[in-house]
Ligand binder design. Structure first.
Ligand code: OOB
Length: 559
């Protein structure tokens, strides 16, 4: 007999997927981390335990309709039936791009319920990302919405079908135009997969890498690993059925989806309220109306909320946990949030690739303000290494590497990239520069590659940014290196002034230089150039996008 090497099959979900090695998967199973159920069972289990409890409220729509768990389960089955009747089959990939709404939740679970694998794109993604992700995943359909929120995704759909052959169907929430509407149909019981038909170690959904360099990569998360992520996150947040979680960030992002987010809330049968407008004048009213207890924000948005507590009159005292993550929360901002809202901050340092660190609810507040948390699972294996890959002692900066039950072993269909992003023994190289305390808490100190080499000296951009943020007139800062004939690279600080900076008075470079000098910053780290901007460009989830800052400045630079 000859061994046959199977040619790669682009239709097959498993092609290019890197599961945990059997030994480790078995260890996680024996420890009870993996529950061996399809992810959609989260809804079913709560529908059985708490059928009449509110599951989801759509605060993006005018009528703010609430579905109970029984109603959500029924809507999910009908949506799943619709997909099956439309000819979609288990294991196929579908690009999901919807704004926060009940339709987002019903469609997401409907796909899962039919065994179809959603690719979780964000509303801000455009044709270059969507086409890249559709092509990379071999997606057969694209789910999007009409132009009622300012951008007509149906034009994007037309272009996507022109560029990517595999995308045969487009479903539109709202006015479908030439495309199909979101489908609903009553499925015969045998038409939907049963739990026994699902391999819990196969990909359940695809997340999108959050990096700001290059096009996003596909992150396959299995039923087992993602359900564990949801359950463990809910435990750390001490969620109960009495909690109400507000989805204010884009719901397809790992943070509001599963850390603990909507899925974590569903593990305990709690209530999720979704809105597509994260501004305080909207969200504060929702918090008051629904007695919201938990929500998640990126730092830039958290700053806006913090300032708004000064003038918004809504009663938001129900909020017991404000999770902030996705980018570094400056210590003074953490303190200000706790002061304004009553010791509610939880820092979250996470990544779509897996590892999530949380500060714990009983950590001392000074610690909560100063660190980005500690790994959520005792099975997370975190290493901090120097540039040669050797472990560094606690308290020393190094790159964070991680392996564990819910961290991927490779990006999907990306062998070449994986050779760089993973160690031979399966650790993910995060690219994040961190410092670990003896307690196991992690402080993020920057990105490994975000270094400016000025006259031969290495300057960590974050170091300068953090010092700039200590200036009372600076609300946001991005420090980048610009080519310079004599220095090699010069340091350019792009800053956004705070609201209370006296109008009409410019902040000058000499003023900034002496401020940083007085703070004891080494002279070679002090910016050579200052740019005052009205705002900084952000990524799809609202993090400062330094690649774009760099591009914008490049365009401005004289030839
Ligand atoms: C979250 O996930 P992604 O995939 O959008 O981005 C991950 C990257 C991390 O590697 C790190 O560079 C940065 O975002 N990051 C932080 C941070 N949280 C994320 N940097 C500093 N401080 C933090 N607290 O961003 C994400 C996923 C799940 C939960 C929370 C955030």
């Amino acid at each position: 007999m000859h061994d046959h090497v199977r040619p790669p099959d682009p239709e097959d979900l498993r092609t290019g997927f890197r599961p945990h090695p059997d030994v480790l998967a078995e260890r996680y199973r024996r420890a009870g981390l993996f529950d061996e159920q399809p992810l959609w069972q989260l809804v079913e289990q709560s529908a059985q335990r708490r059928p009449d409890a509110p599951a989801i409220t759509d605060a993006s729509s005018d009528d703010q309709r609430t579905l109970t768990y029984r109603e959500l389960s029924a809507a999910v089955a009908r949506r799943a039936g619709g997909f099956v009747h439309a000819g979609l089959r288990p294991g196929q990939r579908v690009i999901l791009q919807l704004n926060n709404s009940a339709a987002f939740a019903v469609t997401f679970f409907g796909l899962l319920r039919a065994g179809i694998v959603p690719v979780m794109t964000l509303p801000a993604h455009r044709i270059s990302e969507i086409a890249h992700l559709a092509d990379g995943s071999g997606a057969v359909a694209y789910i999007t919405e009409d132009g009622r929120r300012g951008y007509d995704h149906r034009e994007l759909a037309t272009e996507l079908q022109r560029r990517v052959d595999s995308v045969r169907t487009v479903f539109v929430d709202g006015d479908p135009g030439d495309f199909a509407a979101l489908p609903d149909a009553d499925p015969a019981p045998a038409e939907l997969p049963s739990p026994a038909d699902t391999d819990p170690d196969a990909p359940a959904l695809f997340l999108i890498s959050g990096g700001t360099t290059g096009l996003p990569k596909l992150i396959a998360r299995s039923h087992n690993d993602y359900a564990y992520n949801a359950r463990r996150s809910a435990e750390v947040a001490e969620l109960t059925a009495d909690d109400t979680y507000l989805v204010a960030l884009p719901g397809a992002h790992n943070f509001p989806l599963c850390c603990p987010g909507m899925l974590g809330v569903m593990t305990v049968g709690g209530h999720t309220v979704v809105t597509d407008n994260p501004s305080p004048d909207n969200t504060f009213d929702l918090i008051e109306q629904y007695r919201v207890t938990v929500t998640a924000l990126v730092p830039a948005l958290a700053q806006v909320w913090c300032a708004a507590t000064e003038w918004e009159s809504a009663d938001i005292s129900s909020l017991r946990l404000l999770q902030v993550g996705g980018a570094k929360l400056a210590e003074p901002d953490a303190v200000a949030l706790d002061d304004a809202l009553g010791d509610v901050v939880q820092q979250v340092f996470g990544m779509a690739e897996g590892l999530i660190c949380y500060t714990r609810l009983d950590d001392p507040r000074e610690l909560v303000h100063a660190v980005q948390g500690s790994p959520m699972s005792e099975f997370d294996e975190v290493r901090v290494v120097d540039e040669h890959g050797a472990d560094v002692p606690d308290g020393t900066d190094g790159e964070l590497l991680v392996r564990g039950p819910y961290t991927i072993r490779g990006y999907y269909r990306a062998d070449e990239h994986n050779a760089r992003s993973f160690t031979p023994d399966g650790f993910y190289r995060s690219g994040d520069r961190v410092r670990r305390l003896p307690s196991g808490h992690v402080a993020v100190t920057g990105r490994i590659k975000d270094t400016i080499v000025r006259a031969g000296e290495n300057v960590a951009a974050d170091d300068v940014e953090e010092n700039l943020l200590a200036h009372e007139s600076i609300r946001a800062a991005a420090v980048i290196g610009l080519p310079d004939e004599s220095l090699g690279e010069k340091i350019c600080a792009v800053v956004v002034l705070s609201h209370d900076h006296p109008h009409g008075r410019e902040l000058s470079l000499p003023e900034i230089r002496s401020f940083l000098g007085e703070r004891g910053l080494a002279s070679f780290k002090v910016p050579d150039q200052l740019v005052i901007a009205a705002s900084l460009p952000v990524t799809a989830v609202g993090k400062i996008d330094k690649a774009q800052v760099r591009e914008a400045l490049g365009a401005m630079r004289p030839a």
